[in-house]
Structures are given as C-alpha cells and as structure tokens.
Design a binder for this molecule. Structure first.
Ligand code: SF4
Length: 468
C-alpha cells in the first residue's frame, strides 16, 4: 500500500483555523486579506488532503483548485469589497459587518430556479420539509445530517445552506415523511439524496435514510442516487475511513435489493482524479455494482480548458465511471466572477466532446438547470439567414417539453436562459405561454429579495416586486 492509501485523519480548515495550515504562510498578505474579508460573505472550508494533494502552491492564486477553494476579492463588487474590508479590518464593528454581509448575500439570488417555492411538495396540505419534487420521476431529499461538505466550492449554488440563512434553509431530520410521500407517488422512480454532501455522514446515519427505501411498498423506486463531492475532496471516504467498507457494503445491499445505486460524483477538474487514492475510490465504488457518474459546472478561472474536460472524462471512463453532465454555472452567488457566455460554453463542450472516444460521449452539455427544466445548448447555427442558438430540454417540468427543439436569437454575451429571446420574431418561447412558467419573473424577484412573489409577472415593476 502506498503512503497515499494509508488511513488519514480528516482535518478541516475554515476562516477561524486556516492560519494553522502550513501553506497559509506561503500566501502573500493581500491574498490572505482577501480570503479573510470575502469569506465573511462566502464561507470557505477545505481540508488537509485538498491542501496537500490537489492545490499546486507554486501556481497560487491561478491554481484552479485554489480558486475553487478560497474566496477572492473579485467575487465582490469593488464597492462591496471596500466597504466590507473597512468594516472587518478597520472598524471591526460586528453588527455592521452582519448587516453588510446579509445585504450582499440577498443580492446574490440565493435560491435560483424557484427552489424555495415551486419545487417543495405538499402532503396533507402541508409542505414536506427536506424534499423537492421538480420533475415527475425524481424526488430530491436533503437529510439534515448531510447538509455540509468536506470542502466548500466558491461557486456553489448551495451556499445559503452553509451560511446560516435559516429562513432560506431546508432539510429533513428523518426519512419517514419521505417514505410516506413516495408511497403516495408511484410515478417517482428516482430518489436523489443530496446536500451539501450526504457522504459527510457516517455509514450508520446514511443507512438510516437509505434502508427504509428498500421496503417492498417502494418497489417503484428503481434508482437511489447520492450526489457527492467526496470522490474528489475526500476519496478516503471510500478507501481508508474506518467505515469505508461498511459504506461499500451498503451500496451492495441496495444493488442486492434490485435497485440501481447511482453515485453522482462531482468532479470539477482533472487534478481531482490524478491521485492514487481518488482512482482507487472509483474502482472500489464500481466494484460494488454501483454506478458512478461524473458531473460538474463549467466555471471561468477553473475549468475553461477543453483538454482538462477531455482528460477528466477519459480517465473516468478508464476507471469505470460514466461522464454525465457539463452544467452551465448557475446564476447565483458571485456568478459574475465564474460565468462564461453560453457561446463560449458551447465551444468548450464541443471541443472537448469531439476529442474523446465514443465511450466518453455519454456526457451532455452545456446544460442550464433553469426554472422550466434542464436546457442544453445543442448548437449555434444559421437558419433562414438568422444566427441562432439551437436548444432543447433534457428534463422539464412538463414531460411533453423534453427534447422539443427551440431556438433563441444568438447573443454572444448571454450567460443564462433568462438572457435569451426567441428567434424568428416569436414573442415567447413555447414554454412561456403557460402561466406557470414565469422564469424571467422569478429571476427578477429573487435577485432582489430572495423570495418569490405570487402573482408577479414579467411586467411587474421592480420596486413593487422588491416591496412585496
Ligand atoms: S454542495 Fe458540492 S459544489 Fe457545493 S460546496 Fe458542497 S461539494 Fe461543493
């Protein structure tokens, strides 16, 4: 066994403890200062494995895993940064810092794509906490013990869960309501257990959520998915942690029950799959009969290089994983810092996709998880003299929308669905004719308030939406 594969103790670092990390002293003063100031808004958490094995400290601050892990000055507007810096480093006024931080966060669209409203299901007239049911066949479950992560990603749309915005937080303490809900919904075939990272939990706690899904009354549940970043940030979870064997046995138990145990592995960069332990983790997961899919958003400063995507997918396929999604970075948090235009995202995807073998072309993208569904940019073409984006839904609130091609005027600066307008002189996209698909309205409202205003339309004046 190489030293990399020996048991390691998980040692996290946060704003409060990062100065204890040996690498911290290597950072220039201005970078340390930026981390201290910006992390008031966007918290960071990392661990010794990420610090030692994944970050190239000779290449800081440009190293992609450094940018993925530590906050940067440019993630805030110059005025917000300067104001917050003054409060944190000069005035040291806790109440004023708290006010400034909350106001910056609320302007960052904390729950995009209608997560706080349209996706929460009801049972007996009451909202079911810790559940989202956006697509007919898939229910998302947020166990309370899995709402943190081995490390936080600076771009992550789950950030409200990490910052104590309790009024915006949703999670479930146990699975009994989930089981009851699923019994009432035979159309649901997939349960996605997500977070945060559910694999932050020990195996015993995780089994407490998963085993109740194996009962005969839930025979319609065919796929149990776990969304996790542990494969990249803490692969020891599958290899050397003291209950790693128990975890693999739990996967085997799900498979033996006739269900698909699907691990949705979150890999942002090929560096995350270069270490011996990360590769061993993939081998061990797939040896249980579970499947491991690879997905990640495309993020400026971090994974813009098509060769990096090609390496990631190719290595994954060699080890037994399945490339699944390249997402477009969501319109939340410091998205101005991370977003790329859709046109550029399409170019990167196309370049990476065309350079890998057919086995890696299971990947789909670039895909936006927007309010009406997952919209993929299929191409940029000229039709009847007009340059357009060719788009389609890979997944949609209404099943009949899926794979129906539609077209938007080409816009070199557009970064998200709400930036696009229909091509060929159409007034609306086909899915906007439904009163229940006000995707632009939601963006408008939540950008400012973090809340959806029932009845608001895209014509609702902004001040009214802010007041509501
Ligand atoms: S939920 Fe995933 S993307 Fe978000 S911080 Fe955790 S590990 Fe990173």
């Amino acid at each position: 066994m190489t030293s990399e594969l020996l048991p390691a103790k998980f040692k996290p670092y946060t704003r409060q403890t990062i100065s204890q990390a040996p690498q911290w002293q290597l950072l220039p003063e201005e970078l340390r200062e930026a981390v201290q100031v910006v992390s008031r808004v966007m918290p960071f958490r990392t661990n010794q494995y990420v610090m030692d094995e994944l970050i190239d400290w000779n290449n800081v601050p440009d190293d992609p895993i450094y940018r993925l892990t530590f906050p940067h000055q440019d993630m805030l507007s110059p005025s917000d940064y300067s104001n917050l810096r003054d409060l944190v480093l000069v005035k040291k006024d806790d109440a004023a810092i708290e006010d400034a931080v909350r106001s910056i966060r609320l302007a960052m669209n904390p729950h995009p794509a209608g997560q706080m409203t349209h996706n929460v299901p009801f049972m007996n007239g009451q909202p079911v906490s810790g559940l989202q049911h956006k697509y007919r066949e898939t229910v998302l479950f947020f166990p309370s013990a899995g709402q943190t992560c081995h490390a936080y990603c600076t771009f992550c749309f789950r950030w409200p869960q990490f910052v104590g915005m309790d009024d915006l937080k949703f999670d479930a303490r146990e699975s009994s309501e989930l089981v009851e809900y699923l019994k009432l919904h035979p159309e649901v075939t997939d349960v996605l257990i997500t977070g945060g990272d559910p694999l932050i939990m020990n195996t015993r706690s995780l089994a407490g959520y998963i085993e109740p899904l194996l009962v005969p009354e839930l025979a319609h549940i065919q796929n149990i998915r776990i969304g996790t970043k542990s494969v990249a940030y803490w692969p020891q979870r599958f290899v050397t942690d003291k209950d790693s064997d128990d975890l693999l046995q739990l996967f085997e138990k799900v498979v033996a029950a006739g269900k698909n145990m699907a691990i949705m592995g979150h890999y942002n960069h090929p560096a995350e799959l270069r270490t011996a332990i990360a590769q061993r983790a993939v081998k061990r997961i797939v040896s249980t009969g579970a499947t491991l899919r690879m997905q990640a958003p495309l993020i400026r400063h971090i994974n813009e290089d098509p060769k990096g995507w090609a390496e990631l997918w190719t290595t994954g396929v060699r080890l037994g994983a399945i490339p699944y999604y390249m997402f477009v970075e969501r319109d939340t948090g410091p998205s101005h810092y991370f977003q790329l235009p859709l046109a550029r995202a399409y170019e990167i995807f196309q370049s990476a996709y065309s350079s890998v073998s057919g086995l890696a072309r299971t990947v789909r993208g670039p895909s936006m998880s927007a309010f009406p569904g997952k919209v993929v940019v299929d191409g940029i073409v000229e039709i009847a003299g007009e340059k357009v984006f060719a788009l389609q839904f890979l997944q949609a609130r209404k099943p009949e929308w899926v794979r129906r091609p539609f077209y938007a005027k080409f816009d070199p600066d557009a970064t998200w669905l709400h930036d696009l307008v229909p091509a060929f002189g159409e007034k609306k996209f086909f899915f906007e004719t439904d009163a229940d698909a006000p995707h632009k309205t939601l963006q408008l409202v939540t950008r400012h308030t973090g809340r959806y205003v029932p009845g608001a339309t895209s014509e609702t004046p902004e001040p009214l939406a802010i007041e509501a």
